[in-house]
Ligand binder design. Structure first.
Ligand code: C2O
Ligand code: CU
Length: 433
């Protein structure tokens, strides 16, 4: 095997604060305290000019770095994150994208908490029950703050499972209008020596408001998880990866061959593993279809279940007014947030939501606090692994049906993760007590 890479040392990472077994009395939320290990992290939001791809970028950072610190914990840990705001003017929060935390920890300014003002602090605390690849980002002025750097990754590792020898978390992000793209913290092509036989896991995280089309060549890989959730029976493939929507994650696993492997974002950033010339992709390589990948498995509910509620959300855009000026607004059932009626459900309900895109752009729809089980896309049921997603990329003309279990009460934000679309209206609430 090759070198172990934890992206900054094994957890608990000393420079993020010490983790040790103590008991927490006031653990927020419904989960019991059983004396779990507490992982403490501090995130300080501050402005900083950074150099990205040779250009100076006036970034917003957590702890002076972009991306923000890569947070790691083990399943069952209590994660405690103290946010400090050292920005000069604007508020900030931290939202745990894809992590189904108690509502009060969800970090949505104006909904679950007030934005943390300059000079202020807020402590988030939740139990790391879900294993996998997630991320965090500000949820105040999000379309601007996330684009400028207020984001980082959160990886929760299973307690009793041997990790891959090389485990890399790679957010894909573009900076400014000129599309300087970073993969991890790097632009351009990065090369890394990896011994043949090394087990590798690459965790791709799209932290942008647009899709990316990353490509892995030179090896048969398995797509082992989507949006943090393991797929069932993922077989090795050389197909092209499907589009990675804004907010989404793909975890890829393979054993390093004797020849190099290339991960390429397709828009200016790439990672070459191993020695030798970069492999080139074959023309005509088919694209992996998420709904036909892996093998079926039992799920607690599905298309044949009896649903307590049924909603249809139609996404579109039109010319509207914003701040008195005509502009494109992004609509849900013809309305813009906050005038979109909330989805009112009851605790325990099984909810079916039909997501319809009548527009010309894709809308990666992201519900907070819940995962969606995909029931169908354009009327066709998944034929492979069950798909539990927190960001469903509804393309132009597409119709997806998803099931959501109302098991995490609160006032939740659901929205398009093209954050410009969200701030121009494409948001709604799911709420229940
Ligand atoms: Cu990652 Cu409300 O979003
Ligand atoms: Cu959208």
């Amino acid at each position: 095997g090759g070198p172990m890479d934890w992206g900054g040392g094994p957890v608990p990472a000393g420079h993020h604060g010490a983790g040790h077994a103590v008991s927490v009395r006031d653990l927020t939320g419904p989960r019991p305290d059983d004396g779990a290990t507490v992982r403490r992290f501090t995130l300080t939001a501050r402005e900083r000019t950074v150099t990205i791809g040779g250009r100076r970028v006036a970034a917003l950072t957590f702890n002076g770095q972009v991306p923000g610190p890569a947070l790691r914990a083990y399943q069952g840990d209590v994660v405690e994150v103290t946010l400090h705001n050292a920005l000069p003017h604007d508020g900030v929060t931290v939202h745990w994208h894809g992590y189904d935390v108690p509502n009060a920890e969800d970090g949505v300014a104006g909904v679950t908490q007030d934005a943390v003002r300059p000079g202020g602090s807020f402590t988030y605390r939740f139990r790391a029950d879900q294993v996998g690849t997630y991320w965090y980002h500000s949820h105040e002025l999000a379309s601007e703050e996330v684009a400028r750097g207020l984001f980082g990754t959160l990886v929760v590792l299973p307690r009793r499972e041997r990790p891959a020898d090389l485990d890399l978390t790679l957010p894909v992000h573009q900076w400014g209008e000129r599309r300087a793209v970073t993969l991890g913290a790097d632009t351009g092509r990065t090369r890394r020596a990896v011994d043949p036989g090394t087990t590798v896991r690459l965790r791709l995280v799209n932290t942008d408001s647009e899709s990316h089309r990353p490509r892995l060549t030179g090896v048969a890989y398995r797509l082992v998880a989507v949006d943090g959730t393991d797929l069932h029976g993922p077989a090795p493939t050389r197909d092209r990866l499907p589009t990675l929507p804004a907010g989404g994650r793909y975890d890829l696993a393979f054993t390093m061959p004797a020849t190099p492997v290339l991960l390429d974002t397709g828009d200016g950033a790439s990672l070459l593993l191993g020695d030798g010339p970069a492999p080139t992709g074959q023309r005509g390589t088919p694209t992996l279809d998420l709904l036909r990948y892996g093998t079926p498995a039992r799920t607690p509910y599905g298309a044949g279940s009896r649903f307590d509620r049924d909603f249809t959300q139609v996404f579109d855009s039109r010319i509207g007014a914003y701040d008195g000026k005509p502009t494109v607004v992004y609509t849900v059932n013809g309305r813009t947030y906050p005038d979109v009626p909330a989805l009112g459900v009851r605790y325990g309900d099984l909810v079916r939501i039909t997501l319809v895109n009548r527009g010309t752009e894709s809308h990666p729809i992201h519900p907070h606090g819940h995962h969606m089980l995909v029931l169908s896309r354009n009327g066709a049921a998944p034929q492979g692994s069950p798909l539990w997603m927190d960001t469903v990329d509804v393309g132009p003309g597409e119709v997806w049906q998803v099931a959501v279990k109302a098991d995490n009460p609160g006032i939740w934000m659901d929205h398009c993760h093209n954050l410009h679309h969200a701030s121009a209206g494409m948001m709604f609430h799911l709420m229940y007590a």
